[in-house]
Design a protein around this ligand. Structure first.
Ligand code: PA5
Length: 447
């Protein structure tokens, strides 16, 4: 396999001893074994391990067909979901597509504009999105594993009504695609009753590990991305992680835990390409929800450089020494701009004549990396060869595998998320949902 994603810890020598690395590898091996033998906590949610090979090929073909139909009959696709039912698709679409995807002409894009809904409870966002769609043709992909999550359920109620008003019930049903549990939940019941085409979130795959199921694949394919290449990338990274005990993914898990044991509280992921913003958001959910439990875990934070060097840069350089940094380094760009000479060098930039933006960006990355190391922020690097679907498939799997290993090293169940339920209970109580009356009264007294 060509390794398009690799892990680089070559600059950690001043922070980490060889003995620490060896000791951590022992723990990482145990954790990897627990993961691969399916013998750890949450082992009924490890379907993602073999997913890149072992997926429903019939459904995969239906996803491509539905995506082609959406591209054919829709000017806009509204993707409704939150958390693991949202972030993977958005991460992929922003990483792989044009920076100004929605602003391209339909001829250039050859796919619908894409908007995300149901990932907040903002009335402003929802009403303005309805305004943006206007009287244009649209389709809806509603995604919810449980089928009962409030944010997407409310957004879907709104867009379902909008579609039915515009197209009539029967035609609207042909434009609504539901991705949910194969048998359970309100969304499944509704989809069956209304005759929507449905796609399945497998029982053994949790939301944050679901990007390579229909959850991610349909909205990704709808933008014209080659999902075969995406799956192939993941399959190749899977094969590498299975065959190589100390794979790059394994070593990333080991180094995270070395720094955690040294007392670091935060892992800061940084990137130098705006297309990575939602990769970092997806990564934050993956690691935050997997490891942040039992009063343990690194807090996953992210910054977009060089933008945030002008906001958070000061803190990283000189604030409390609580973090290590993992840089996502995209090694080749899709296109660039060359800096031209000016006859009079008023802005003082003629020394860059003939250089392109990638050169400047790379110097920023390397300079920042060394500056942070010099101020006691250990730096790890994830090198990513390019912005292709194949490479992204490798990247998704690289992180998922590392997260499974790292979670077991930490001694938590990396596949549950009990803490997510607490806010929901309070919100339902305050909303007056039937069954929550007593809690509602008690909460109101505290407010
Ligand atoms: O990773 C998770 O399990 C969560 O982030 C869920 O994906 C999120 O809460 C949405 O849940 P659902 O898909 O059931 O609507």
């Amino acid at each position: 396999m060509e390794k398009n994603v690799s892990f680089d810890y070559s600059r950690t020598g001043v922070f980490v001893t060889a003995e620490e690395v060896d000791a951590m590898k022992v723990r990482a091996r145990e954790a990897r074994n627990t993961l691969l033998t399916r013998s750890g906590a949450g082992n009924d949610y490890v379907g993602w391990i073999d997913l890149p090979l072992d997926y429903d090929k019939e459904e995969f073909a239906r996803i491509k067909k539905a995506a082609a139909k959406i591209r054919e009959d829709s000017e806009v696709l509204v993707v409704i979901g939150i958390g693991g039912s949202y972030l993977g698709a958005r991460a992929a679409n922003e990483f792989l597509n044009h920076s100004f995807y929605n602003a391209l002409s339909p001829e250039e894009r050859k796919a619908p504009e894409i908007y995300y809904a149901g990932n907040s409870l903002s009335g402003t966002y929802l009403s303005q999105l309805i305004g943006i769609i206007g009287d244009r043709d649209f389709s809806v992909n509603v995604i919810s594993k449980s089928g009962t999550t409030t944010e997407p359920a409310i957004a879907f109620r709104v867009f379902k009504a909008l579609a039915e008003k515009k197209y009539g019930k029967e035609e609207a049903a042909k434009r609504i695609y539901a991705t949910t549990d194969k048998a359970r939940g309100a969304l499944k019941t509704l989809a069956d009753a209304e005759g929507y085409e449905t796609f399945v979130v497998p029982d053994d795959i949790g939301g944050r590990y679901s990007v390579l199921t229909a959850v991610g694949l349909l909205p990704i394919a709808a933008t014209g991305v080659d999902i075969d290449a995406l799956m192939q990338g993941a399959a190749d990274m899977r094969a590498y992680c299975m065959e190589t005990e100390e794979s790059d993914s394994f070593m990333y898990a080991a180094f995270r835990n070395i720094f955690y044991d040294q007392g670091k509280a935060i892992e800061l992921t940084s990137n130098y390409e705006p297309c990575c913003h939602f990769i970092a958001e997806w990564w934050k959910q993956l690691f935050g929800e997997s490891e942040g439990k039992d009063r343990k875990g690194l807090y996953p934070a992210s910054v977009d450089f060089t933008t945030d060097l002008h906001s958070m840069g000061q803190f990283v350089q000189d604030g409390s020494r609580s973090m290590f940094e993992t840089v996502i380094d995209i090694q080749s760009s899709k296109s660039t701009v060359t800096i031209e000479a000016e006859p009079v060098d008023l802005d003082g930039l003629n020394y860059l004549t003939g250089k392109d933006m990638d050169f400047v960006n790379d110097c920023a990355l390397k300079g920042t990396l060394l500056a942070h190391i010099d101020c006691d922020v250990p730096n790890l690097i994830v090198h990513v060869k390019d912005q292709t679907a194949y490479t992204l498939g490798q990247l998704f799997y690289f992180y998922e595998f590392a997260c499974g290993v790292s979670g077991y090293m930490l001694g938590v169940n990396p596949f549950n998320q009990p803490g997510v339920e607490n806010y929901k209970k309070n919100m339902f109580a305050l909303l007056g949902k039937p069954g929550y009356e007593a809690e509602g009264e008690a909460l109101k007294k505290r407010l």
